[in-house]
Design a protein around this ligand. Sequence first.
Ligand SMILES: [Zn+2]
Ligand SMILES: [Zn+2]
Length: 240
Amino acid sequence: MSNRFLKAILDTIYPPRCTACMTLLRQRDTAIPFCESCAMELQLISSPLCSICGIPFEGVGIDHPCHECIDKKTPFSWHRSWAFYEGPLRTAVIRFKFQKRIEIGRNLAIPLLSCIKQIPDPFPDIVTPIPLHNSRLRQRGYNQAKILVEHLHLNGVKKLYNLISKVIETPDQVGLSGSERMDNLKNAFVVDKKVDLKGKTILIVDDVYTTGTTMRACARVLKKAGAAGVYGISLTMPRP
Ligand SMILES: [Zn+2]
Ligand SMILES: [Zn+2]
């Protein structure tokens, strides 16, 4: 089935609505899939920010690496998140992730396209979602990051592959310190050995970038498997 045909079917089943308040929208493919009043509440992330992890700095100035990226030798070279995890975007992500409203993924993938356009280097060789452990996958029924990647594909993004698996289920990261989070995730991810990553660049996609520990852990295994470079995009991050 062609992507255009599939998109037309999806449009019929799910006419374009605001991702947060569900008001009908006049058109589907706007860069911001929210109604005007919800869009006004979005807090888009912009410079000055860390030139590596994309966490914004207060005030004015130029982009530069943050202390954390320098201290932790961040293994990916570039990550950007679209908007802060608050207001209408938070409402939408909670529905998408925890209330089985999988169709919202279609709208939520659209802002990721604008993050992709900012990648400073040639488009990566492989696009892969942050994985969920099988037990979490069974519980939720779907991997929200993978759904975002599938919708990126419908919007013309190619080179997809589920490159990473999560083989150890880790306890909830909430309330843990940075090093505890890292310990938690050590050995949790493995890379598909069938793919030769030597010299390849990889784009990791996630829905929420919280502390970056997960993305760092995934990037580390990709680098260890031979990847030449790792980039990341995510829909949202909490305000630092
Ligand atoms: Zn709205
Ligand atoms: Zn940083």
